[in-house]
Write a protein that binds this ligand. Structure first.
Ligand SMILES: [Fe+2]
Length: 534
């Protein structure tokens, strides 16, 4: 979404229109794989740490990226690397001391993808931790912990996971990531705004994006990810828990939609920028090459995860396939804005879609087929209706699901008609905690509640003005809780009979040593959609 900060107070920030560089040409034929000799590394090639992700019952993806000079400003030598592909070694063990090795072999750091490694491992045992590391010459990476999922259909009595969004490096430290790692989650869902492409020239900053420019090209997006991955708390979280990932807007540009830029750039030019951004995302994330390797400006991130008989997660891409924001009117700023029904009939056009009709079909069929007791939809932006006022008239924000109400109605109607078991939506983007009943018709008090939504606040990004949203709450009785003044994450403890949702907040995101506490706890009882305060 729009950072809501941007959304309401930030329109005049100065930005740098980056010249998008064509990155398509970087997908080159692989060169002969080199194996780095012991003396080849003058600095740690594993400076960006390790990660595991996209877990399955029999395996996961293990990630690293060779970067002895992680913030190299030379676009010809990303991370300080040059030449063709580089072969490295890996080990997987059943113990954290790496004594009981169950798998070892070679992996390739691909020149075409910034010398990143995406090792897709299969054939492992379900529902257990594994430890892993990468080796090259005399260099060894940190040891990371990965985890396989419970076998589909197997009995699962409980599990814990967390979800996060919106970590603006300039707005704060990432203590929240560290505290989530310490909760020992089985996996973490990243809901987007993992990086911020812009440089903040308006709000207080505690540290700066290193290059001082808005990321808009492959080298600048790469370096943005690299800078974030140098953060010790983020490295710690990735090394401790597998990631399940989607994105929001700031991985590319504030409030973009498909090929439509916030600032009305030529769509074909904007697709070049999107291609660079998506490639940098791929290069830094433990996603499956077979599913997610980018093809120009196209990259699939939506995916489904099955955890025994307890949980199925549908991870949605809310940016790549969406119709452009309703009432997109050059030459003013595009992206999210408030619109009334009378002022913008287009908003309610049933031909508009948030997630694209193909992804809609994929989502609906998956939800209808799911045998899991709980069904989580993980996605980027606020789904519940939030009625605000524009000159005293009801108005709706066009960048979140309020900009795509026909798509939201189709989804909620499908959940209702297909009798999806215990549907829960988890969301980010608005830098606020919210606990919402999702109703078939938000404007009808008698309409049934068909699902429950919990929105997590930002890791560090500033929230929207509290009073502005709080005064709208009486018009939104389905919103049980709203808090934009705290930073943190959400931790979920799931059992067959109920989901417990803890809204966790750091004491001060400007303090790298911030402590953690629980702001609110909610539950959802099996068979009873809707928010219940614990
Ligand atoms: Fe954000």
């Amino acid at each position: 979404m729009p950072c809501t900060v941007i959304r309401r107070s930030f329109d005049r920030r100065r930005f740098v229109r980056g010249a998008a560089s064509a990155s398509f040409a970087l997908i080159a034929a692989p060169a002969l794989v080199r194996y780095a000799a012991a003396q080849a590394w003058k600095a740690d090639p594993f400076s960006l740490g390790v990660a595991s992700g996209t877990p399955r019952a029999d395996g996961f993806v293990l990630w690293t990226r060779l970067a002895p000079e992680p913030l190299s400003s030379n676009p010809e030598t990303p991370g300080g690397m040059s030449g063709g592909d580089v072969g490295i070694r890996y080990e997987i063990a059943t113990d954290d001391a790496m004594k009981s090795i169950v798998r070892r072999g070679s992996a390739t750091a691909e020149q075409a993808f910034g010398y990143s490694v995406h090792l897709d491992v299969g054939g492992l045992e379900p529902n257990r931790p594994y430890w892993y590391r990468f080796l090259s010459g005399e260099a060894s990476s940190a040891v990371g912990r990965a985890m396989t999922l419970p076998a589909p259909g197997s009995a699962v009595d409980q599990l814990r996971f967390g979800y996060v969004s919106c970590s603006n490096y300039e707005h704060g430290y990432f203590a929240a990531y560290r505290h989530l790692a310490d909760e020992d989650p089985q996996f973490v869902i990243f809901l987007g705004d993992y990086i911020y492409e812009y440089v903040d020239e308006v709000h207080p900053t505690v540290r700066r994006h290193s290059d001082g420019v808005e990321a808009a090209t492959l080298p600048t997006y790469r370096n943005r990810y690299a800078q974030y991955r140098l953060d010790p708390d983020l490295q710690h979280l990735h090394a401790q828990a597998p990631s399940i990932l989607t994105w929001d807007d700031h991985e590319v540009q504030n409030d973009y939609a498909d090929k439509y830029s916030e600032f009305f750039a030529d769509p074909e030019q904007f697709l070049l920028r999107r291609a660079a951004a998506y490639q940098a995302f791929y290069e830094h994330m433990p996603v499956r090459p077979i599913l997610s390797r980018p093809n120009g400006p196209l990259m699939r991130v939506y995916d489904r995860f099955v955890l025994g008989d307890l949980l199925e997660i549908s991870v949605i891409d809310g940016r790549q396939y969406r119709s452009r924001e309703a009432c997109y009117r050059p030459p003013d700023k595009g992206g999210g804005h408030l619109e009334t029904n009378a002022g913008c009939p287009e908003r309610r056009d049933p031909g508009r879609t948030m997630i694209g009709f193909d992804q809609e079909a994929w989502l609906y069929s998956g939800l209808a087929r799911s045998k899991a007791k709980w069904n989580v939809i993980a996605q980027d932006v606020l789904m519940a209706q939030l009625t605000e006022k524009l000159d005293g008239v009801d108005a709706f924000w066009t960048d979140d699901w309020d900009g795509y109400p026909a798509n939201r109605s189709r989804l909620l109607q499908h959940i209702h008609d297909a009798k999806v078991s215990n549907p829960v939506v988890v969301s980010g983007d608005i830098h606020s905690f919210l606990a919402n009943d999702l109703k078939l018709d938000f404007d009808d008090q008698a309409s049934p509640i068909v699902a429950t939504e919990f929105v997590g606040t930002s890791i560090s990004s500033y929230g929207p003005p509290y009073d502005l949203i709080a005064k709208a709450l009486p018009d939104n009785p389905h919103i049980h809780f709203f808090e934009s003044r705290r930073r943190g994450y959400v931790a979920i403890d799931l059992k067959p009979a109920r989901m417990q949702v803890r809204m966790r907040t750091v004491s001060d995101a400007h303090d790298p040593k911030a402590t953690i506490s629980t702001l609110k706890t909610y539950v959802v009882e099996s068979g009873r959609p809707g928010v219940v305060e614990a």
